[in-house]
Design a protein around this ligand. Structure first.
Ligand code: NDP
Length: 255
């Protein structure tokens, strides 16, 4: 009988993570570095990513700061240049940067709507496409993850642009996965449930937030670390045959 194939992890590979200055992105970068990946940490706030990189270096890991605005094609390309100059060819990417501007649709300005779509949807497109261009150019395989949300599939009042952007990310992932499958690039989405980070802290700390969480089957929020095992799997060789899918990690919050 053949020996079962080993699943090779992410050690030694270079992974670019956007939104690295935020709650989930920071945890993803630290997890990747702890598992031996070389981490390119991207976000607009350079000071925050430089602090993260210093922490990773202090623990013996390898990382570099890649200041970037995901809504700007040139900024994304420049971040990729820094990542590859400092850490070598990027083979994994997590398009995690995201924002929300909450408000009931009747009150929402078109500018706010566009800003959310531009960051959460166009930003993912620009990030993944830049990666795919480089991978295709060097005929290398790649593993890509876009962070969507349970709100891709479910809605609550006041989040129309966010929910629309995340639903579109899930479909974008399918479309890119189909186009890039023959190139050996897999593209998947992870849809986390509610995690306490800067993006929702004000709501989660309110009485309404407490009542909301009390309605979850386990009456708790997720921790950023809860997303890490799946992200690691989707960046590994195991994901060679897993592509175009959206994986929900929500602790049953949306059942
Ligand atoms: P945070 O607000 O803590 O982090 C958001 C990150 O996105 C920051 O690092 C921010 O960095 C970055 N970002 C925002 N706009 C841009 C931009 N134009 N260019 C580059 N980076 C940008 O939120 P989370 O860590 O919670 O969010 C991470 C992802 O997870 C998001 O996509 C979010 O939608 C998703 N998510 C979060 C959930 C939660 O409950 N927290 C649940 C489901 C999904 P900077 O400001 O420095 O640019």
């Amino acid at each position: 009988m053949n020996r079962p194939a080993e699943i090779s992890g992410i050690a030694g590979s270079t992974v670019l993570v956007t939104g690295a200055s935020g709650g989930l992105g920071e945890a993803l970068c630290e997890m990747l570095a702890a598992n031996g990946a070389l981490v390119a940490a991207g976000a607009r706030r350079a000071d925050k990513v430089e602090e993260l990189v210093a922490r990773i270096h202090a623990r013996g890991g390898q990382a570099c700061a890649c200041p970037m605005d995901v809504t700007d094609e040139q900024s994304v390309a420049a971040a990729w240049d820094v990542a590859e100059r400092e850490l070598g060819p990027v083979s994994g990417v997590i398009a995690n940067a995201g924002i929300t501007i909450d408000g009931l649709a009747l009150d929402l300005s078109p500018a706010s709507f566009r800003t959310v779509i531009d960051t959460n949807l166009t930003g993912v497109f620009l990030t993944l496409r830049e990666g795919a261009r480089r991978m295709v150019g060097r005929r290398a395989e790649g593993r890509m993850i876009a962070i969507a949300s349970v709100l891709a599939d479910k809605v609550v009042p006041g989040i129309a642009p966010y929910a629309a952007s995340k639903a579109a990310v899930v479909q974008l992932v399918r479309a890119l996965a189909l186009e890039w499958a023959a190139r050996g690039i897999s593209v998947n989405a992870i849809s986390p449930g509610y995690i306490r980070t800067d993006i929702n802290q004000a709501f989660m700390d309110s009485r309404a937030g407490e009542r909301f969480v009390a309605g979850f089957p386990r009456q708790r929020l997720l921790q950023p670390t809860d997303i890490l095992p799946l992200a690691q799997l989707l960046l590994s060789d195991a994901a060679r045959t897993i592509t175009g899918r959206n994986f929900v990690v929500d602790d049953g919050q949306t059942l």
